[in-house]
Design a protein around this ligand. Structure first.
Ligand code: ATP
Ligand code: MG
Length: 266
C-alpha cells in the first residue's frame, strides 16, 4: 500500500464543455490513510472533484498526480494502467444506476476480479464473501436494474469492495439507505480506514461529516475550495457554513423574542 501522498493536485482547473470553469487553481494533497469529507452545496463541484481523483475526467489545466505518477490521458488510454488505477482507487457513484451494467448481480460483482484475470474459483469465493458481508447473497440471480435504490447501492459497493482498493471514494454514499444500513456503512468505512484504507466521502449531511472524517474540504457555490482543515473546526464555523449555504438561518419571533434556528441541509 502507498505510504506517501496518494493525490497531489497542483493548480488544477476543470472546464465542462459548454460549462463554466470549476476550481480555479486548486492545490490539494491527500495522504495515505486519511479520512476526508468533501462538503459543499448542490452544484459546488463535489462529484466533479471526485471524478478527477478517480481518473474519470482530467484537469483542463494544472496537474494531478496519484501514487506519485502524473495522471494523463495517454496513461489512462493504456488499458493495463487504467485497470490497475481503477483497482487501487474504488469509486461509488452518486447514482448507482450508472455504475451497474450487467444483467445479473453475481456477474456485476464478479466483473472486476475476472477482468483482473483471477481464476474462477477465487472469484467465486470472493463474490460469496463480499455478498455475505453486504447481506445481498439472496439477490445474486436478480437483475441489478430491478433492485431497490438501497440494494443497487449495496451491489455497487460490493463490486468495488471486492477489488480491495487502497482508496475508497464515495459520492453521497448514504443517500437512499435506511438508518440501520447507513450506520452499518459508516462502521464499515471506519473499519476499512482503520486497516489503512484512505476514505474520501462527499456529502452535504453535516451530521455524517464528523463521524466519517477528521479532515474536511469545503467547496463554495463558486466552485472553489474555501476550507481545508479539521472537520471538528469547520462544523463549529457557523459563519462559513452559512456563507457556503450548508446551513440556513431561520429567524422568527415568539414570546416577543427574536429567535434564530439553524437548519442543516440534508
Ligand atoms: N456534464 C456536465 N456538463 C456541464 N456542466 C456540468 C456537468 N456536470 C456538472 N456540471 C456543472 O458543474 C458544476 C458542479 O457539478 P457537480 O455535479 O460536481 O456538483 P456537486 O457538488 O456534486 O452537486 P450535488 O450536491 O448536487 O451532487 C455544476 O454547476 C453543474 O451544473
Ligand atoms: Mg454530486
Amino acid at each position: 500500500m502507498c505510504k506517501g501522498p496518494i493525490f497531489e493536485l497542483d493548480r488544477v482547473c476543470f472546464d465542462y464543455p459548454h460549462g463554466g470553469q470549476l476550481f480555479k487553481g486548486l492545490e490539494l494533497k491527500i495522504m495515505s490513510g486519511e479520512k476526508i469529507v468533501l462538503l459543499g452545496p448542490n452544484g459546488s463541484g463535489k462529484s466533479t472533484l471526485l471524478k478527477l481523483l478517480c481518473g474519470l475526467v482530467l484537469p483542463s489545466a494544472g496537474t494531478l498526480r496519484a501514487f506519485g505518477t502524473e495522471i494523463t490521458e495517454q496513461r489512462l488510454e493504456d488499458n493495463r494502467f487504467a485497470r490497475e488505477y481503477h483497482q487501487r482507487v474504488g469509486f461509488i457513484f452518486q447514482n448507482s444506476e450508472v455504475q451497474l451494467f450487467t444483467t445479473r448481480v453475481w456477474d456485476e460483482i464478479a466483473f472486476g476480479p475476472l477482468q483482473m484475470g483471477l481464476d474462477l474459483e477465487t472469484v467465486r469465493e470472493r463474490v460469496e464473501d463480499v455478498m455475505r458481508l453486504l447481506g445481498i447473497a439472496h439477490l445474486q440471480d436478480h437483475s441489478p436494474y430491478r433492485l431497490s435504490g438501497g440494494e443497487k447501492k449495496k451491489v455497487a459497493l460490493a463490486s468495488v469492495l471486492i477489488l480491495n482498493p487502497e482508496v475508497l471514494i464515495l459520492d453521497e454514499p448514504t443517500n437512499g439507505l435506511d438508518p440501520k444500513t447507513q450506520r452499518w456503512l459508516v462502521d464499515l468505512l471506519l473499519a476499512l480506514n482503520h486497516q489503512g484504507r484512505t476514505i474520501i466521502t462527499a456529502t452535504h449531511h453535516l451530521e455524517l461529516a464528523h463521524v466519517i472524517s477528521e479532515r474536511a474540504l469545503v467547496l463554495s457555490e463558486g466552485h472553489n475550495l474555501v476550507y481545508d482543515g479539521p472537520t471538528a473546526q469547520v462544523l463549529q464555523n457557523r459563519e462559513l457554513l452559512m456563507e457556503v449555504n450548508l446551513i440556513d438561518a431561520y429567524y422568527h419571533v415568539h414570546d416577543q423574542e427574536r429567535h434564530v434556528h439553524y437548519y442543516i441541509h440534508g
